[in-house]
Design a protein around this ligand. Structure first.
Ligand SMILES: [Ca+2]
Length: 303
C-alpha cells in the first residue's frame, strides 16, 4: 500500500496540528530563491514533522527571521581570521531546520540506499564504518550527495528542501546567543550539549542523534557528532565584502563550508568556527548534514 501511495506521489506531510497530502514538486530550489510570500510572524507552526515512510519521520523546528552578529570578536580565544570581522547579518525569511543531523534511517527512507552502499563508493580510502544504526547520523556523504538527498526529499514532500547557508547555520546555532558557544563561554559545559573527543577522548564512532541537550531553539548536536555541510562555497574573505542580507556565499569555489565539529574533534566547536573541504574521502567518516525546508504559506507545488 505504501509503495502504491508513493507511486501516486501522495506522501503525507504532518504539520503541527494538521495533516495534508500533496503531490511532489519537481526539484529543490537554490538557496534563498523566492518561493512564496512568508506568513506573518506567529502564523507558522513552530515544528514540522515529515513522514518519510517506513515509520521514519524527520522533525524540524521553525527558525524565525532576524539578524545577528556573525563571526567572532577579534579577542575571542581560539578564533581564526576567517571569522573576522564580525558583521551584522540579516536573515529575512523564516525557515525550518532539521532538529537533528540527517540519520541513517532518514537517508535510507529518502534515497533507498544505506551507509554501506555509500561506503562501497569510496574510491580513495576505504574508511571503516564509524557508527551504524537508524538513529546514527548519516556520514560518508560528499556535498553533492547531501544536495542530492535534499532534492529527493523536496520532491517527496512537495516543498523545497536544501542545505542551510553558512549564515543560516550560524544564526540557528547561536539561537540569539552572543557567547562563544550557544551554551555560554565556558568549554566545561560542552559535555551537556555536544559530542567531541574533548569530552570523550577514546570514542571510536558517531553517537545517535539528540542524545544530549538541544540549543535554545531546539536543535541537537549543533556542536559535535558530525560535521555539517552547508550550501556555500567556502571563501575566507567572503564576509568582508558586504554580503549581509541572506548571504549565500560565493558564486564559485573549490571547497564547501562545514560547521560544528565532530565526535572525533579535539578542537572547540565554537559557534563562529568555520571549516571547509572538497575531498571526497578524507572527511567522509565524519561529515554529515541537516536540512532546511522552506517555510512558505502554501506548498511549493501549488504555487
Ligand atoms: Ca553536528
Amino acid at each position: 500500500m505504501r509503495s502504491a501511495m508513493t507511486g501516486l506521489g501522495l506522501l503525507a506531510v504532518v504539520v503541527a496540528a494538521g495533516v495534508w497530502a500533496e503531490p511532489p514538486s519537481a526539484t529543490s530550489q537554490p538557496a534563498g530563491a523566492p518561493i512564496a510570500p512568508p506568513l506573518p510572524p506567529g502564523a507558522l507552526p513552530k515544528k514540522l514533522t515529515l513522514d518519510l515512510g517506513n515509520k521514519v519521520q524527520m522533525k524540524l523546528v521553525l527558525i524565525p527571521a532576524g539578524e545577528f552578529m556573525m563571526g567572532s570578536p577579534d579577542n575571542e580565544p581560539g578564533s581564526k581570521p576567517d571569522e573576522h570581522p564580525q558583521r551584522l547579518v540579516k536573515i529575512t525569511r523564516p525557515f525550518y531546520m532539521g532538529a537533528t543531523e540527517v540519520t541513517q534511517a532518514q537517508w535510507a527512507a529518502v534515497t533507498g540506499t544505506t551507509i554501506r552502499d555509500m561506503q562501497a563508493k569510496l574510491t580513495k580510502v576505504k574508511w571503516p564504518l564509524r557508527g551504524e544504526g537508524p538513529d546514527v547520523p548519516m556520514y560518508l556523504v560528499r556535498w553533492n550527495d547531501a544536495v542530492g538527498f535534499c532534492g529527493k526529499l523536496g520532491a517527496k514532500i512537495g516543498r523545497p528542501a536544501r542545505l542551510p547557508t553558512e549564515a543560516e547555520w550560524e544564526y540557528a546555532c547561536r539561537a540569539g546567543t552572543k557567547t562563544v558557544y550557544f551554551f555560554g563561554d565556558d568549554m566545561k559545559d560542552l559535555g551537556q550539549y555536544g559530542h567531541t573527543r574533548s569530552v570523550e577522548r577514546n570514542r571510536k564512532e558517531a553517537y545517535p542523534v539528540a542524545g544530549l541537550k538541544p540549543n535554545p531553539w531546539g536543535l541537537y548536536d549543533m556542536a559535535g557528532n558530525v560535521w555539517e555541510w552547508c550550501h556555500d562555497f567556502y571563501d575566507a574573505n567572503y564576509y568582508t565584502k558586504g554580503e549581509n542580507v541572506d548571504p549565500k556565499g560565493p558564486a564559485t569555489g573549490s571547497k564547501h563550508a562545514l560547521r560544528g565539529g565532530a565526535w572525533f574533534s579535539f578542537g572547540k566547536p565554537r559557534s563562529a568556527a568555520r571549516q571547509r573541504d572538497n575531498r571526497e574521502d578524507r572527511w567522509g567518516w565524519g561529515v554529515g548534514f541537516r536540512v532546511v525546508v522552506e517555510a512558505t504559506s502554501r506548498p511549493a507545488a501549488s504555487q
